[in-house]
Design a protein around this ligand. Structure first.
Ligand code: SF4
Ligand code: SF4
Length: 117
């Protein structure tokens, strides 16, 4: 899957959503756990062989709301923006019609039954 597959998040330009990991280089011990924790398809992290540290190379490929790498980092070197701030930003950009379309696709007849009752 190419990076462009993550260009939109439920119809919103992913680059407009302020969500992604930041690595504190002073805390990073270069264990690589974050690199192997994140999905290969997303390819958010790279590894600087010279400095022996993880680096963020594709922040916009980070799945909105995920913080698995932060939880996995035993040295607390990874941080994320505030969830409340991201929700505020997304609320302004959200197109509810897009979500209804996605629900319909996902639930099919089930969705139609819900909306008729
Ligand atoms: S898991 Fe933490 S300490 Fe290990 S490479 Fe990633 S950021 Fe650095
Ligand atoms: S939060 Fe999830 S998707 Fe984002 S970089 Fe970390 S592991 Fe990958």
């Amino acid at each position: 899957m190419s990076a462009s597959n993550f260009a939109k998040w439920h119809g919103i330009e992913r680059s407009e959503i302020p969500w992604g990991p930041t690595i504190d280089e002073d805390k990073c011990v270069g264990c690589g756990l974050c690199v192997v924790t994140c999905s290969e398809k997303r390819n958010v992290f790279g590894f600087d062989e010279k400095e022996k540290k993880a680096v963020v190379v594709n922040p916009d490929n980070c799945m909105v709301g995920c913080n698995n790498c932060q939880v996995a980092c035993l040295w607390n070197a990874i941080s994320f923006p505030s969830v409340a701030g991201v929700k505020d930003a997304v609320r302004k950009l959200m197109d509810e019609g897009q979500i209804k379309k996605e629900l319909e696709l996902k639930l099919g007849a089930g969705y139609q039954a819900i909306t008729k009752s």
